[in-house]
Design a protein around this ligand. Structure first.
Ligand code: SAM
Length: 216
């Protein structure tokens, strides 16, 4: 759509081909208005989430890390009309409230469940309740990615899809000088996606990296 001379790289090029998305742009506006960090999923990966939910025929979706509801809306868009549900785990009550409002404004109010608190605690409760899901989007504190992946595998119906954002940590993951807890956890997570026999996994290296796996 745009002038190719003004396009910085492949991500911007592909993004420029799509129509404007006022519903998602409004979410970014609410983030700016409140001075929150705009760390919503990248637009191309948001579209991928919608496509994967629809292609997998997933009905019960679990998101770890809601922020303002941008990825929640992308996930919900993949559900069939009037069916299915997005459950979001979010640490901060004010973010959970904003995400709930934004999902309601997008028409998914009756199909969204927000659970406030540390995700590891919420996941333990969901496990104790015997809840099962067929799609997971992991996008919260990076130190806990290995913990979240283990829970996803436990809570998965066979064939469930797991997606996880920011697996490159803006380059820190592959910088040998970086050895902090988030980097170590994400490296371990990435290896598990690649090697765990319970998964069929792959890694997408654009934007900030996205891991994808199917639970066998
Ligand atoms: N998935 C969102 C999107 O794409 O629109 C972005 C999520 S943002 C990258 C990470 C979110 O995880 C923040 O809202 C943060 O408050 C939340 N978070 C951080 N630590 C958490 C924890 N231990 N449990 C639950 N949520 C947590």
């Amino acid at each position: 759509n745009g002038d190719l001379r003004e396009i910085a790289g492949p991500e911007e090029y592909f993004d420029s081909l799509f129509d404007a998305d006022p519903e998602l742009e409004r979410i970014r506006e609410t983030i700016r208005e409140r001075g929150m960090p705009d760390i919503s999923v990248a637009p191309g990966y948001g579209r991928l989430l919608t496509m994967l939910v629809a292609a997998a025929g997933a009905r019960s979706l679990l998101e770890i890390g809601a922020l303002a509801g941008y990825s929640g809306i992308c996930l919900a868009r993949g559900l069939p009309p009037g069916e299915g549900r997005v459950t979001s785990l979010e640490l901060k009550p004010e973010y959970a409230a904003l995400a709930r409002d934004n999902l309601a404004a997008a028409g998914y109010g009756d199909r969204c469940e927000m659970i406030v608190g540390a995700a590891a605690d919420s996941l333990a409760r969901l496990e104790a309740e015997g809840r099962r899901f067929d799609f997971f989007f992991i996008d919260a504190d990076k130190e806990n990615y290995p913990v979240y992946l283990e829970y996803a595998i436990k809570l998965a119906r066979p064939g469930a899809i797991v997606a996880a954002d920011n697996t490159l940590l803006r380059g820190r993951t592959l910088n040998p000088d970086k050895t902090g807890p988030a980097v170590r956890a994400v490296r371990e997570f990435n290896r598990t996606i690649a090697r765990d026999p319970r998964l069929i996994g792959t890694h997408l290296p654009s934007y900030d990296g996205l891991a994808l796996a199917m639970v066998k």
